[in-house]
Design a protein around this ligand. Structure first.
Ligand SMILES: C[S@@+](CC[C@H](N)C(=O)[O-])C[C@H]1O[C@@H](n2cnc3c(N)ncnc32)[C@H](O)[C@@H]1O
Length: 249
């Protein structure tokens, strides 16, 4: 999908903020080599580099990489696909926050990650778990249906059992895996939900005229208000999965 890096940076940087919790599983000392996979605008790439480790950021979106280079000119960023990494036995850690659910071929992704890791290296990742944004997707799907269309979720939101199996079948040893509810306040008050929908459902919304988009957004706000509006802000129904898995051989 097309990423609007400017909007991501201005409205959705809470995504990276939550990703900071994952940093505790990463050795960031100076002798480490780390890949920030799906680095977005580089906020966590900077954190990963703070301990002196050699860090590379990679993202499939040119606009994200452009923004990351602008934000962190001293760091190294590349445009590329996480499921087709060009490196072999290169990284001590591959870190990834809020990316894997966008990638349909998970086996290809895990193989690509495994190949790029050194022996003994670790994948440290977090992304959407089963049930993530269920209310938002249902409301969007209902709006599509009302217009004679079918919404196909582009996301991969697994349960822990399913993801553990995938990692193990691809030869990774799982050290930690868990899923949890993480109700997530959206910034910008009343506009929070529509900002989120415009950023993350951009392609589906792009099929409609400006007026029709406005009707969809208003209808979603109305339907979701009783569940996701707390009086001050929208709180998205996020559920996350966190995994640490090691390449033993
Ligand atoms: C929600 S953003 C998260 C960015 C960053 N990790 C953070 O925490 O702010 C998801 C990112 O995944 C990237 N992405 C999606 N599919 C990808 C792929 N196949 N390979 C590399 N990056 C991908 C997107 O371009 C986007 O920058």
């Amino acid at each position: 999908m097309q990423w609007n890096a400017e909007m991501y940076q201005n409205k959705h940087l809470f995504v990276a903020k939550y990703g900071e919790q994952l940093l505790e599983f990463v050795n960031r000392e100076a002798d480490q080599t780390i890949l920030d996979l799906g680095c977005g605008t580089g906020a966590l790439t900077r954190e990963l580099a703070a301990g002196g480790a050699r860090v590379i950021g990679l993202d499939s979106s040119e606009s994200m990489v452009e923004k990351a280079r602008e934000n962190e000119p001293e760091l190294e960023f590349y445009v590329g696909d996480a499921a087709a990494l060009p490196w072999e036995d290169r990284f001590d850690t591959i870190f990834s926050n809020a990316v894997f659910h966008w990638i349909p071929d998970q086996r290809k992704l895990i193989r690509s990650v495994k190949k790029a890791l050194k022996k003994g290296g670790a994948l440290v990742c977090e992304f959407g778990a089963a049930g993530n944004i269920q209310a938002i997707q249902e409301a969007f799907s209902a709006e599509m249906k009302a217009r004679g269309m079918v919404y196909h979720s582009p996301f991969f939101f697994p349960e822990t059992g399913e993801y553990r199996r995938l990692l193990e079948e691809e030869g990774m040893s799982v050290r930690r895996i868990l899923e949890y509810d993480r109700p997530t306040p959206l910034s910008d008050g009343e506009k929070g939900l529509r900002n989120w929908v415009v950023q993350f459902f951009t392609e589906d919304l792009g099929r409609f005229s400006q007026e029709e988009r406005e009707r969809i957004l208003r209808a979603m706000e109305e339907v979701l208000r009783s569940r996701l509006w707390n009086g001050d802000e929208w709180v998205a129904d996020y559920r996350r999965i966190q995994a640490v898995a090691v390449k033993e051989q």
